[in-house]
Every structure is written in structure tokens, then in C-alpha cells.
Ligand binder design. Structure first.
Ligand code: SAM
Ligand code: SF4
Length: 311
């Protein structure tokens, strides 16, 4: 699928739930969510089949927290078996990976991103509203041992919270074959104090020894001298990557989002494969050239919190 601006759309982000076992302050309300009607498992797979028939090659399973779904292994396995899908990735907070890393690998998941913003137990408990750092770290180790093609750690940069941990988080790449990626905090409507947003440039200021290694997808890559893994910078706010956007998002309640930061949505719930293919075509045609600039004063126009989109 090629959009109106000549961009090839080959990547689908599929959110399989809105629920989560954490309550990250920048993502989810403290009281959790009351899920309404979601796509059925069959509908999710039909949507992936329709997308693959139209040229989608990479699939990311996300949420909410995808590992809270009891049928996550079946979903991953069915998606991995869809003809045309070459790569299945999963984004998770890692809490469930201790049990599920190996079965997910066996089900056909190629790559895993673990989200972890701090290595400090008290800070983790504050930001996620749950005291579960140990489980997240055990999940990361389980992912590293499970034979995935790649394991990445995603940390949202938050001024006054984890900027003092930039060196410690990056240091993980020296000892472990993991890519650590710093992501700018996107203003999705959560009430963060001024100064919470930090541009990725702060990482380069803290770590001048980082050597550039090119670009991969939305990340600019660097390496610490002698490190096994790389450090990635993802700058959706300070240097958005709309010109290279190659993706669509399908929310757990069945809405295709042409743009993460746009309110437009196209429903696939209740449609058969042909109807889904038509909706995918409409969503691709509706992709804007670019979303409006983001700032504290001009938050995202997504119309949903991040746990209801999938990142
Ligand atoms: N629960 C899984 C996890 O945390 O990895 C998957 C869903 S979560 C919504 C996907 C990613 O979005 C996570 O890496 C999370 O840190 C990121 N995220 C959520 N809200 C964000 C925000 N306001 N700005 C930047 N990243 C955000
Ligand atoms: Fe849950 Fe992921 Fe959102 Fe944190 S970022 S509340 S782990 S969905």
C-alpha cells in the first residue's frame, strides 16, 4: 500500500487489549480501564490477513499490556502464521516475560521491546504505581535468554525523574546484547509539570562518547565504546519522523488510526476480510503528510490515552 505522499505502508501495530497490570502515570489513569467491546481474536487475525494481503510485512503486538491476555500465545502464533507477515514484534512492560518469553519465541515472535524507565525500585513504584521492578528485570533477563532475534529496552525520558539515570540505562548495552532506546515523552493529555519533557539531545549531552551508527526505523542509533548493544534515540516531539511514516495502528476496539496524533479513525469491528481490506485502503488514503507540532500547550490530537492506542 502506498499513500498519497508516496510512503509505502508495510507495518501494522495491533493493540490486543486496553488493560494493563501497571498504571504508568503518562499512559493510564490510576483507576485502570473499563474495556468496552473489543475485536474478537478472529477479527484481529482477519485484519492482519487483510493487511498482509495489501503489503504489510511487519506486525507489532501491543496494548495496554499484551501479556495480560490469557490467549496471547494463540494470538501471536496465529499472527506469525499469516502468509506475508515476515516479522512479528511485541512491546511489553516485561512483567509476564518470566513465564512467557520462551513460549512467545516458540509461537513465532521474532523481536521483543521491554519498556522500563528506571532501575530504581522506589521510582519504578512511583511512576508505574506498582512495586514490580524485580519482575520487570526478571522479564528482561528471560527475554535475553529466550533466543529472540532482538531485544530492546524502551525508556521514556522524563525530566526530573530519570534524566539522572541516562548513563546507567545506557550502560546496560555494555554488558548485555540489548539496544536501549530513549523516547521523548509525548503530551497525550496527562498532567506533567513543565520540565518533564526532555528532548533526546539531553542523552547526547550526558554521553558525548556515543558514536553514531546510522538510522533504523524511527531511531537514530549510537554505540558506547566497546558496547554489545546500541543506544537509540526516538524523537517524536523534537524531530518527528512523519516523512518516513510506514505504519497503521489498529486499536483493540477495532479502530484503524491513520496517524497516532490525529483523531480520525476507521472502524473494522464487525466487518469481514473484504470489508476490512476496504477500511485499510481508506485509512491509508487518509494518512496526513504530517501531524501538528506537539508541545505542552499543544497536546496530541489523538483523542485517546496511549494505553488505548498501543504506542
Ligand atoms: N504495555 C506495553 C509497554 O508498556 O511496553 C505496551 C503498550 S505501551 C502504551 C507502549 C509504549 O508506549 C511503551 O514503551 C510506553 O512507555 C510508551 N508510552 C506510553 N505513553 C507515552 C507517552 N505519553 N509518551 C511517550 N511514550 C509513551
Ligand atoms: Fe501499561 Fe504500557 Fe501504559 Fe505502562 S505504558 S500503563 S505498562 S500500557
Amino acid at each position: 500500500m502506498v499513500d498519497r505522499f508516496g510512503r509505502e505502508i508495510s507495518y501494522l501495530r495491533l493493540s490486543v487489549t486496553e488493560r494493563c497490570d501497571l498504571r504508568c502515570r503518562y499512559c493510564m489513569p490510576e483507576g485502570g480501564v473499563c474495556e468496552k467491546e473489543l475485536l474478537t481474536q478472529d477479527e484481529m487475525v482477519w485484519a492482519v490477513e487483510a493487511a498482509a494481503a495489501l503489503g504489510v510485512r511487519k506486525l507489532r503486538i501491543t496494548g495496554g499490556e499484551p501479556l495480560v491476555r490469557p490467549d496471547i500465545l494463540t494470538i501471536a502464533g496465529r499472527c506469525a502464521a499469516v502468509p506475508g507477515i515476515r516479522e512479528v514484534c511485541l512491546t511489553t512492560n516485561g512483567l509476564g516475560l518470566g513465564k512467557l518469553a520462551r513460549p512467545l519465541r516458540e509461537a513465532g515472535v521474532d523481536r521483543v521491546n521491554v519498556s522500563l524507565d528506571t532501575l530504581d525500585r522506589a521510582k519504578y513504584a512511583y511512576m508505574t504505581r506498582r512495586d514490580r521492578l524485580e519482575d520487570a528485570l526478571a522479564g528482561l533477563e528471560a527475554a535475553l535468554a529466550a533466543g529472540f532475534r532482538q531485544v530492546k529496552l524502551n525508556a521514556v525520558l522524563i525530566g526530573g525523574f530519570n534524566d539522572d539515570e541516562i548513563p546507567a540505562l545506557a550502560e546496560l548495552t555494555r554488558r548485555r546484547p540489548v539496544d536501549v532506546r530513549f523516547i521523548e515523552l509525548m503530551p497525550m493529555g496527562g498532567g506533567f509539570p513543565p520540565g518533564a519533557y526532555l528532548p533526546c539531545g539531553a542523552v547526547l549531552e550526558r554521553l558525548p562518547q556515543l558514536a553514531p551508527e546510522g538510522v533504523q526505523g524511527t531511531a537514530r542509533l549510537y554505540r558506547l565504546p566497546g558496547a554489545l548493544g546500541r543506544v537509540g534515540l526516538i524523537s517524536p516531539v523534537s524531530a518527528h519522523f512523519c516523512a518516513r511514516c510506514d505504519r497503521l495502528r489498529l486499536t483493540a476496539d477495532g479502530m484503524l488510526k491513520p496517524c497516532l496524533h490525529g483523531a480520525e479513525e476507521h472502524c473494522v469491528k464487525g466487518l469481514d476480510r473484504a470489508g476490512m481490506a476496504a477500511a485499510l485502503g481508506r485509512a491509508v488514503r487518509a494518512k496526513p503528510a504530517c501531524h501538528a507540532p506537539l508541545s505542552g500547550e499543544r497536546p496530541s490530537a489523538a483523542g485517546r490515552a496511549m494505553h488505548r492506542i498501543g504506542g
